[in-house]
Design a protein around this ligand. Structure first.
Ligand code: SF4
Length: 305
């Protein structure tokens, strides 16, 4: 689960860049039709198709200068990533990593995990917090995937029933375009846009930007997104404007900036390296002033990890 771990805790900043974002093209043809005009920032000049906006390019470069280029290796395990992301909700990285390790040690296969009462699973992941809820959620996801696997007629040649649910999910995602795979994951119980994006980015290396509370807040303050853009809309807008190779570094560095400088309550604007690029320097966007900052429906997006 190196991907998810590296994403949030930054404990391995020097890790060599072994992963490479797959050059997978999003199908954004109808994206603009899905988004109301109000979510597009007024100050965002039109940019050439295939070229990032100049403002985003300057922000991206400045973030690289300040925080460096993060490296990581896609885990290649979408189901493991999905479970790890569920475990990471509303807890620290250390606790969720411990809970994940204990879960994998206690249940060598996902099928075994599904076969026991949820109280048993909850006891194993107790250190990760919200254990009862997370245990049920994990089992619901596994049950739904296994139901789909059994119902598949004809079975996918890449993942038969005997190969397990992990291979089934991997095959289901691999045969889809990124946007389609993102939507597929969100059909699973309790899986929202950020969790789905985490799976695709950290497990498969696909250029899908997870928008957590830091990314959402900082991108809106900078003016990369309009002030009324929800976190869910932000996934689509940021993916549309961000070159695939930038997705992972931009995601990590926006989180770093949000944790260290552009804090939720008291942003440190006077010393901010992005002061000249910020639309809201010294102030807050209107939605924050009224205390109505929007977050995604995905419960994992509501936390300030
Ligand atoms: S200038 Fe202030 S609001 Fe803007 S990015 Fe920096 S800390 Fe955040």
């Amino acid at each position: 689960m190196a991907g998810s771990v590296l994403q949030y805790n930054e404990r391995q900043p020097g890790l060599a860049v072994e992963g490479r974002l797959s050059v997978v093209s999003w199908k954004w043809v109808s994206l603009k039709m899905m988004l109301p005009d109000a979510v597009v920032p007024e100050s965002q000049p039109a940019h050439d198709e295939g070229q990032p906006p100049a403002h985003l390019a300057r922000v991206y470069q400045r973030l690289l200068e300040v925080y460096g280029e993060p490296g990581w290796r896609p885990s290649g395990e979408p189901l493991g990533e999905l479970v790890a992301t569920i475990l990471s909700q509303h807890t620290s990285d250390a606790n969720s990593e411990r809970a994940y390790r204990q879960l994998r040690a206690a249940f060598p296969s996902w099928e075994e995990l599904l076969a026991v009462p949820s109280e048993h699973v909850a006891a194993v992941i107790r250190c990760g917090g919200l254990a009862n809820l997370k245990a049920r959620r994990i089992q619901e996801v596994l049950a739904e995937l296994m139901r789909r696997q059994k119902a598949q007629i004809p079975p996918s040649p890449a993942a038969t029933e005997t190969e397990g649910v992990e291979a089934f999910l991997a095959a289901e995602l691999q045969r889809r375009q990124p946007l389609e795979a993102w939507e597929y994951l969100q059909q699973l119980p309790g899986v929202g846009p950020k969790t789905a994006a985490c799976v695709l980015l950290f497990a498969l290396g696909w250029p899908v930007m997870p928008v957590d509370t830091h990314v959402h807040r900082v991108a809106r303050r900078l003016g990369l997104l309009g002030p009324k853009v929800s976190a869910e809309q932000a996934h689509l807008l940021l993916a549309q404007m961000t070159p695939p190779a930038w997705v992972y570094p931009l995601h990590v560095n926006l989180i770093r900036h949000g944790r260290r400088v552009c804090l939720a309550q008291r942003p440190r604007c006077p010393g901010c390296p992005l002061l000249n690029e910020c639309r809201y320097a010294g102030g807050l966007v209107a939605e924050e002033e009224t205390g109505s900052e929007q977050v995604a429906a995905d419960p994992s997006s509501a936390e300030d990890r």
